[in-house]
Each structure stands twice: as structure tokens, then as C-alpha cells.
Design a protein around this ligand. Structure first.
Ligand code: NAD
Ligand code: UGA
Length: 310
């Protein structure tokens, strides 16, 4: 199996599970500087060992044909994440890492015997969705440049199925959290603030809602998609916990016992007011059933940040 983005937050959890299940995994990662590459090296060190090899390099430079030649399943998680950072000059990086790299990998798979190509798409493709819970066939209308690139890559996956029968499956992950969460994401920042006595920055009024998803549940869905995902389809993958940022902060306060100071800043362009998924399709086809509720997941992430978790 090939796993791109193997040293990232979600990729490192997926690699760990695949290896634990006895699969041979080739991981690819460029250790990009979106956040501290040393954190990615630590992610990978936590999982390295028998069963996982690493190819260090950029998908836009590597020989993609030889990467996919002997591989049955491709999990494509490499990309430039982050909704709020995708404006301005950085957009070129989003295009390179999310659109061009995906097209290159898909093109390479055309002439390989790829049985499934599983792509990590995003709830950000919905923007401010037309209704809740949002179903996969609702109109995608991203409100961030990042979302535009994730949707473009998702369309490419569908096109390669339509034109060449490459069995692609796209998973729209909804705000994933848990140990090793990226340092730019809300829970990581809030927990660090709580543990170190720093104030928490909230963009807007804190009433924005997310369908937060625990990383182990996203991993289960991703592995199921490799065998049970219907080629050419997209699936919502969400935790079923539609919760506001304000409520999350309250729970972190309870779990850490810390007195939290919140600083409200202006809302940031690109941020959706609310996300919330209908996951019926994933439940039916992938047997998806999220098993970690928000309080339990948050306490696992807090324990990890305190050095008591995996
Ligand atoms: P991450 O930044 O921790 O992991 C991505 C990894 O991809 C990084 O280690 C990076 O070095 C690597 N990478 C980037 N461009 C590359 C390239 N051209 N070649 C090789 N490696 C490259 O991010 P994450 O949060 O683990 O997200 C993984 C994927 O899931 C991304 O595609 C992201 O868009 C998507 N996603 C994440 C979330 C979330 O809540 N974290 C939600 C929806 C979708
Ligand atoms: C997350 C990921 O970062 C994206 O890569 C991914 O594509 C997206 O989920 C998705 O679901 O598709 P986001 O929902 O913005 O994006 O996740 P967080 O960074 O954890 O932010 C959650 C909310 O908290 C946002 O409204 C954000 O504005 C807010 N926030 C974040 C703060 O108020 N303060 C912070 O310090 C950080």
C-alpha cells in the first residue's frame, strides 16, 4: 500500500493502524514547512518500524510511476492543509500540493494495477452549506481558496474514474482531532493554552459549529474505503458531534481544571459558520460508525498533550 502524507497528523495514525493490521506500507512525505517539520519527524518516528518504509520527497518531483507500480491501494493524504492560510501568495503552494500533485499521482495510477485510490477530501468543499445535515449531493461551494483546491482534486479523482475506470474514492473529512493534531488547529492551540496558562484566541464569537471527528474514526473509514468504497463516489466522514467552539472550550476547561482566558478576534475569511454531515452513505457502504464522542476524544488529546497518551 502507498500512503502519501504518512508523517502528517492523519497519515501517521493511518500508517500505524495499517502496520498494526499486518500490511506492508510505503509512506511518502516531503516534510513541508506548513508547520514545524520536526513535529512530522516525531510523528513518523512514533510509528516507524517493521512494515513501513519511507520515501522522503515531493510528489511533484518524485517518479510517480515507480511509486505506484507494485501497489494495490493508494491512500492519498499528502497536501497543504489549513483553511485560513490559503489566501494571497500562498495559494500557489495550495495549487501545487493539492491539485498538481494529485493529478500527477492519478496519471501515474492509470497505467498501474491500482485497486483503489482513496483521496482525503474535506468538508471545506461545502463552504456555508445550503442545509444541515449536508449530504454528498448538495452543491459544493467552497468559501476558501483551500476548499477550491480540495474540490478541484476531488473532481480530478472522479474524472479519472469516469475516463479511465481508475477506482477512486474521495472522503470528505470533517475537522479531525486527536493526538498529534496539527499545531495550527483549534483543539491543539486551546489545549496548549490551557496547559501553559496562555489566553485562547477565538476567531469571531465562538458560536461557529463543527462536526468534529476523532482521528481513529477517520482512520477506520479510510481503511474501509479501500475495500468497500464505491469507485467514483464521495463520502462524508464526520463524528456526529455538531458542537460550537465555545462549548469545546468549556469542556477543555473542565478536563484540565484550568481557568481559561478567551480573547475574541475578528472572524477570519474562509471560515465556515457551520459544518454538519449526513453520514448515511458512509454508514451503509463503509460500515462507518464513529465510536469516540467529543468529551472522550478531547480527554485523549489532553492526555497526549500532557505526555500521558500515545
Ligand atoms: P498534515 O499537514 O499533518 O499532513 C499532510 C502531510 O503531507 C504533511 O506531512 C506534509 O509534509 C505532506 N505533504 C504535503 N505536500 C506534499 C507533497 N507535495 N509531497 C509529499 N508530501 C507532501 O495534514 P493533516 O491534517 O494530516 O491532513 C491530511 C490530509 O487530510 C490533507 O490532504 C488535508 O487537506 C486533509 N484533511 C484534513 C482535515 C483535518 O481536519 N485535519 C480535514 C479534512 C481534510
Ligand atoms: C479543519 C482543517 O484544519 C482543514 O485542513 C480541513 O480541511 C477542515 O477542517 C475540514 O473539515 O475540511 P477547521 O474546521 O478550520 O479546518 O478546523 P480548526 O482549525 O480546528 O478550527 C475550528 C474552528 O475553530 C474554526 O472556526 C476556527 O476559526 C476556530 N479557531 C481555530 C479559533 O477560534 N481559534 C484558533 O486558535 C483556531
Amino acid at each position: 500500500m502507498l500512503l502519501t502524507g504518512a508523517a502528517g497528523f492523519i497519515g501517521s495514525h493511518l500508517a500505524e493502524r495499517l502496520v498494526g493490521e499486518g500490511h506492508e506500507v510505503v509512506g511518502v512525505d516531503a516534510f513541508t514547512d506548513y508547520y514545524d517539520p520536526d513535529l512530522k519527524r516525531a510523528n513518523f518516528a512514533a510509528i516507524a518500524g517493521d512494515g513501513v518504509d519511507l520515501v522522503e520527497g515531493d510528489l511533484n518531483d518524485l517518479d510517480a510511476e515507480s511509486l505506484v507500480r507494485e501497489v494495490d491501494v493508494v491512500f492519498h493524504l499528502a497536501g497543504q492543509p489549513g483553511v485560513r492560510a490559503s489566501w494571497g501568495e500562498s495559494f500557489g503552494v495550495y495549487l501545487d500540493q493539492n491539485v498538481l500533485a494529485t493529478q500527477r499521482l492519478l496519471e501515474a495510477c492509470r497505467s498501474a494495477s491500482t485497486e483503489r485510490f482513496v483521496y482525503a477530501s474535506s468538508s471545506s468543499i461545502y463552504g456555508d452549506a445550503e442545509r444541515f445535515p449536508t449530504v454528498e449531493d448538495d452543491l459544493p461551494a467552497p468559501i476558501s481558496p483551500y476548499g477550491v483546491t480540495k474540490l478541484a482534486a476531488e473532481h480530478l479523482c472522479r474524472l479519472y474514474f469516469r475516463a479511465y475506470r481508475l477506482p477512486t474514492v474521495s472522503l470528505r473529512y470533517f475537522t479531525i482531532y486527536g493526538p498529534r493534531q496539527r499545531p495550527d488547529m483549534a483543539f491543539n492551540r486551546f489545549i496548549a493554552g490551557a496547559l501553559h496558562g496562555n489566553s485562547l484566541t477565538v476567531y469571531g464569537d465562538g458560536e461557529q459549529i463543527r462536526d468534529f471527528t476523532y482521528v481513529a474514526d477517520a482512520v477506520s473509514a479510510t481503511i474501509a474505503a479501500a475495500t468497500q468504497g464505491q469507485p467514483g463516489l464521495v463520502y462524508n466522514i464526520a463524528g456526529g458531534t455538531q458542537t460550537s467552539v465555545r462549548e469545546v472550550i468549556e469542556t477543555i476547561g473542565e478536563l484540565t481544571g484550568a481557568e481559561l482566558r478567551v480573547e475574541n478576534r475578528d472572524p477570519v475569511a474562509g471560515d465556515a459558520r457551520r459544518t454538519g454531515a449526513d453520514t448515511s452513505r458512509a454508514r451503509q457502504d463503509l460500515g462507518y460508525s464513529p465510536s469516540v464522542d467529543l468529551r472522550d476524544g478531547l480527554s485523549l488529546q489532553v492526555a497526549h498533550a500532557q505526555g500521558n497518551g500515545d
